[in-house]
Design a protein around this ligand. Structure first.
Ligand SMILES: [Zn+2]
Length: 272
């Protein structure tokens, strides 16, 4: 399932191919994604120029010259491919967006949990983006922010940082690895973590996400025309999926805890 780093990697890979290009024909073969593709999407996109790209959480945004934004979400299995017009169709190729200059942007999604939607300029926000917490690389996100927000909360620390209203992008792997690097146990009450510990945790969350983005980027060299295969999490995993194995730092057996139906691995030696 694509997480924030993979979406950012896709954004960086797609951007140079789409910037400044005008949209031509748009074909929707199957509108039944998680949220239906709007019927008038082809008409609304046609003739518009793509001025910039951005990302909010796991939503990729293509900013158009009239202020509208095309929202693309990859769901569980979605891919946004940069191809040439006329590229052979495969099953699950749901949306094609032709751009001037011989570029085809193709949305492929076997499980159809993703989305291709329009956020019109007249609306200040889109319902899918409302209420999201800050971006991990924004100034707003810091140890002080986490500390202030967590006072009085008894929720397990891992749930707290995985809550998209607290911060976006700290998915299961990233949360587990950041907690290990910060020396904090996942089950600890969020309200009992100190300011200094949150400062370290905020830094580690950024660190694991940045490393994943950097590595994703290196797999993307042949993105254009390729089938979109990427290995976005190749950094060393200290705890995630390592139950019973020896900690790479202290040798203690990694333990697994179930918190809110998710398993959470941690090292009883390194994490307090
Ligand atoms: Zn350890």
């Amino acid at each position: 399932m694509p997480e924030l780093p993979e979406v950012e990697t896709v954004r960086r890979g797609v951007e140079p191919h789409v910037l400044g290009r005008r949209i031509g024909q748009v074909t929707v073969r199957d509108a039944r994604l998680r949220w239906p593709v709007p019927k008038n999407l082809p008409a609304l996109l046609r003739g518009r120029r793509i001025e910039s790209t951005s990302r909010r959480g796991k939503y990729l945004l293509l900013h158009l010259d009239n202020g509208d934004r095309l929202i693309v979400h990859l769901g569980m299995t979605g891919r946004l491919l940069v191809l040439q017009p006329g590229h052979p169709l495969r099953k699950h190729d749901h949306v094609d967006i032709e751009l001037e200059g011989g570029v085809l942007l193709r949305y492929h999604d076997p499980r159809r949990f993703g989305a291709v939607l329009l956020w019109v300029a007249a609306e200040a926000t889109h319902e899918l983006l409302a209420g999201m917490g800050p971006e991990p690389f924004s100034e707003e996100f810091s140890g002080d922010y986490l500390f202030a927000l967590s006072r009085g909360r008894s929720a397990p620390l891992k749930n707290f940082v995985m809550d998209g209203r607290v911060v976006v992008g700290a998915g299961n792997i990233y949360a587990a690895e950041a907690l290990f690097r910060a020396g904090l146990r996942p089950g600890r009450a969020a309200g009992r973590v100190t300011r200094v510990q949150y400062q370290l945790l905020a830094e580690k969350i950024r660190e694991v996400l940045a490393a994943a983005i950097e590595q994703g980027g290196t797999t993307l060299r042949d993105f254009a025309g390729a089938d979109g295969a990427s290995g976005y999490f190749q950094q060393k995993l200290y705890v995630y999926g390592r139950e019973g194995e020896a900690c790479l730092v202290c040798g203690t057996a990694i333990k697994r805890l179930v918190i809110g139906q998710r398993s959470s691995c941690f090292c009883p030696g390194c994490q307090k």
